[in-house]
Design a protein around this ligand. Structure first.
Ligand SMILES: Nc1nc2c(ncn2[C@@H]2O[C@H](COP(=O)(O)OP(=O)(O)OP(=O)(O)O)[C@@H](O)[C@H]2O)c(=O)[nH]1
Ligand SMILES: [Mg+2]
Length: 327
């Protein structure tokens, strides 16, 4: 009579805890070779094992690939803030990177697809972030990675971190693993602006694979990090704008849309200082526009009704759409 599915799973987890990828691989392969072709729960477990073994083989390959001769981790600073995407393997970092920056990056359904950072820009009307899509942090010591030093430096150099969590998995353990790696790097993560402890990096959390999960998973993540900016991004990343907003909020900015009356279908996102007025927005778009501005027309949270005409000193709110009317 074989051990119950649950007991066996607990035993395997105990056996593999804290092991290096190659040790874990050896243990799982031993289990698999011992198992007869059971039906029922064992079959499910066999599939799970095979997937994990495939992952571990790829990780092994990466770990044994050795350090690279040039340093792809030293990223030239551009823009007003550098944001590093940090998360466990296969969590959706590169998918988010593409959605945020429009830049190309390899996305594939296996761990350590990204071995060299991808760098791109997220432009929010005069306010641009440099986004760095990093190779994954492992769920064990960073020192198991050949590029640990580069990864550490890239995290330390970033102004803000964007922690990517796969909503299909257990958010709490993923965040714990990320927190452990950050501690190894010598920094912490602070989820509210101003609440940063000594050396802690400002961080927002993004839940990936929202399209495959329910609202409950998102709510669970929000509960885990009270006050955190938590978003789920669908496959194509149409929530990328919300992630941009969260990054801006961290830096005391809000995102509004400016609409040119001549091209009303193509509003452009601008990150303005929190508390900015219609005049401030006009200034940010163009000094000449500000000089000729007469009033504004506003749709969204700060408008009493859609298309309200307002004075130049009207204070904007996140998510407003504004037209600047000139003389
Ligand atoms: N359905 C769905 N799939 C996603 C989402 N985000 C990522 N994926 C898929 O998940 C897989 C991994 O995505 P990547 O963006 O390559 O993940 P990563 O974190 O960059 O992976 P590594 O670089 O290997 O650490 C790919 O097959 C993506 O298409 C999402 O929000 N929804
Ligand atoms: Mg990647």
């Amino acid at each position: 009579m074989p051990m119950s599915h649950k007991d066996l799973w607990t035993k395997i987890k105990r056996d593999t805890k804290g092991k290096t990828p190659s040790e874990e691989l050896a243990i799982l392969e031993r289990y698999l070779s011992d198992w007869p072709e059971y039906k029922g729960p064992y079959q499910e477990m066999r599939k799970k094992f095979e997937r994990r073994i495939e992952e571990l083989r790829k990780i092994e390959k990466v770990l044994s690939s050795g350090a690279r001769s040039h340093d792809p981790f030293s990223v030239k600073k551009r823009g007003l803030a550098e944001v590093a995407l940090v998360g466990l393997p296969n969590s959706g970092k590169s998918t988010l990177f593409r959605a945020l920056t429009g830049a190309d990056a390899e996305v594939a359904d296996y761990p350590y697809t990204t071995l060299v950072p991808n760098v791109g820009m997220l432009n929010l009307g005069g306010f641009s972030f440099e986004v760095v899509d990093l190779p994954a942090v492992p769920d064990r010591s960073l020192d198991t990675l050949p590029f640990a030093a580069g990864l550490k430096e890239a995290v330390l150099n970033a102004h803000l971190l964007c922690l990517v969590v796969d909503l299909l998995g257990d958010a709490e353990s993923q965040l714990q693993a990320i927190a452990d790696r950050l501690a190894e790097i010598g920094t912490g993560a602070s989820f509210s602006p101003g609440g940063e402890g000594e050396g802690a990096k400002g961080a927002i959390v993004v839940g990936s694979r929202r399209d495959l999960t329910g609202e409950d998973d998102l709510a669970a993540l929000e509960q885990l990090i009270p006050g955190a900016a938590v978003f789920g991004h669908p496959l194509v990343g149409s929530d990328a704008h919300a992630v941009g907003e969260a990054l801006c909020r961290f830096l005391g900015r809000i995102v509004v849309l400016a609409r040119d009356p001549k091209a009303p279908k193509d509003p452009i996102a601008y990150a303005v200082l929190d508390g900015a007025t219609v005049h401030d927005l006009a200034e940010q778009i163009h000094k000449e526009l500000a000089a000729g501005a007469r009033k504004g027309k506003v749709w969204g949270p700060s408008a009493k009704f859609p298309g309200q005409e307002v004075g130049l000193d009207h204070r904007l709110e996140p998510g407003d759409t504004v037209e600047i009317l000139t003389r």
